[in-house]
Write a protein that binds this ligand. Structure first.
Ligand code: AMP
Ligand code: GLY
Length: 420
């Protein structure tokens, strides 16, 4: 098969790495890709938010199957355009991608299907939103409704912070994404992520993970896209997974189907777990980055069989073949990230690193210049490994990270601290 992956981050390198191992894969194309992906696939510079550009490229290259990595092309209806032209696509329609693209929509779905989540209210004007937080008090959570690159959520620990967040969002800090504001009860507990494939009707859990959102060790400093992850997440034990499937995932999938907008793709549930019960924090309609790196490290080549069955509506025909492994990924980011950071610094020492089914370094923001790998983004590399225990996986992942010679970057040394 000729397989096209849209995206160019660590998540897409991990997808390409796993898909490449599946014997069904003949030709692998990735748009736009990055310097690491270019070592295992053909990269094409393409505007992946343009339906016509993606469609034309898929037709010209006789693509059989498309995997959409990030949320932006999903929210822009790229999956719909490809499916309308007869392509098989892994990823939800624009209508189903609203589960990530609108926080108020997700809350309405939760209410409609009885899924446990934080109490909430929505506002399209500043005055009533301010009255609401003054009545409720802090801590309280203020969210821009739409896609804001992970920056649209303010967990306000006191009232002035909440008032300030409301003023900033309605003042246009997030553009169109902030036309509406969702205000939520502050939930306490431990956060974890659950990944479930759905073909619109059936559901297949494919793993749990825990991310590290803060830039600094001990979960300090500003939020990032994610500085490291591990899988499985012990807090999501079998009993909690069963509760999440029964009370959150299956009801959501059924409600989406009932509305005539079935969800097909990977549903990434962000959960808050307290006293052995989970509540939904948010949905994403794609794999997490860097959670995808640990899931692909654990699944290997079978990931494509699962993804294909999901896209073809036959999830009942497949099962996950777990090796029982643990995986960890450590993100190497450019100095200064998530604030201003420099691009173009040279990365040495990547050649000759251990690279097999137990460990590899995925590229995120990298580019090649005169045969040299350089940093071209905030999150740049993801040193990823698996092992029989989380401690094994950690030892391998950190051995890779330490062997990379990159004075322009840094990484957290405590990934996995909660589980270890
Ligand atoms: P989201 O983008 O909705 O996942 O929010 C980003 C982060 O904000 C989450 O991962 C949580 O750490 C935190 N958060 C979001 N909503 C809540 C809530 N209702 N209570 C407590 N923390 C929250
Ligand atoms: N690592 C969190 C996300 O991908 O949304």
């Amino acid at each position: 098969m000729n397989i096209l992956i849209l995206g160019g981050g660590g998540r897409e390198h991990a997808l390409a790495w796993a898909i490449r191992q599946n014997p069904k894969c003949d030709r692998l194309l990735v748009a736009p890709g990055n310097a690491g992906i270019a070592q295992i696939a053909e990269c094409a510079d393409l505007d992946i938010l343009s339906r016509s550009a993606v469609l034309e490229f898929a037709q010209e290259n006789a693509v059989d199957f498309v995997v959409i990595g990030p949320e932006a092309p999903l929210a822009a209806g790229v999956a719909d355009a490809l499916r309308a032209a007869g392509f098989t696509v892994f990823g939800p329609s624009e209508a189903a991608a609203k589960l990530e693209a609108s926080k108020a929509f997700t809350k309405e779905i939760c209410d409609a299907c009885g899924a446990p989540t934080a109490a909430w209210a929505r506002f399209d004007a500043e005055g009533p939103a301010l009255d609401y937080v003054r009545a409720k008090g802090a801590p309280i959570v203020v969210k821009a409704d739409g896609l804001a690159a992970g920056k649209g959520v303010i967990v306000a620990m006191d009232l002035p912070e909440a008032e300030n967040a409301i003023a900033r969002i309605f003042g246009g800090a997030f553009g169109e994404a902030g036309a509406e504001v969702v205000i939520e009860e502050f939930m306490t507990g431990e956060e974890a992520s659950f990944f479930v494939l759905s073909d619109g009707e059936r559901c297949l859990p494919i793993g749990t993970a825990q991310d590290h959102k803060r830039v600094g060790e001990g979960d300090t400093g500003p939020n990032t896209g994610g500085m490291g992850a591990y899988s499985p997440a012990p807090v999501l034990d079998e009993a909690v997974q069963a509760q999440v499937m029964d009370e959150i995932i299956r009801p959501t999938i059924a409600e989406m189907a009932r509305r005539g907008t079935p969800f097909q793709g990977v549903l990434f549930a962000g959960l808050m777990i307290e006293n052995g019960r989970a509540r939904l924090v948010e949905y994403n309609v794609r794999f997490g980055d860097p959670e995808c790196q640990v899931l692909m490290m654990r699944l290997g080549g079978q990931a494509f069989d699962l993804i294909q069955a999901c896209a073809e509506g036959r999830l009942d025909e497949v099962a996950v073949n777990w090796a029982g492994d643990h995986a960890m990924t450590v993100v190497l980011a450019a100095n200064g990230y998530p604030g201003d950071y420099e691009k173009g610094s040279r990365i040495e020492g990547l050649e000759g690193l251990a690279d097999d089914s137990f460990q590899t370094v995925f590229h995120a923001g990298t580019a090649e210049k005169n045969g040299q790998i350089i940093a071209a983004g905030g999150r740049v590399l993801a040193a990823t490994a698996r092992g029989e225990s989380l401690a094994d996986a950690r030892a391998r992942a950190y051995a890779l990270a330490e062997a990379i010679d990159w004075p322009g970057g840094f990484y957290r040394r405590d990934i996995g601290h909660r589980a270890l």
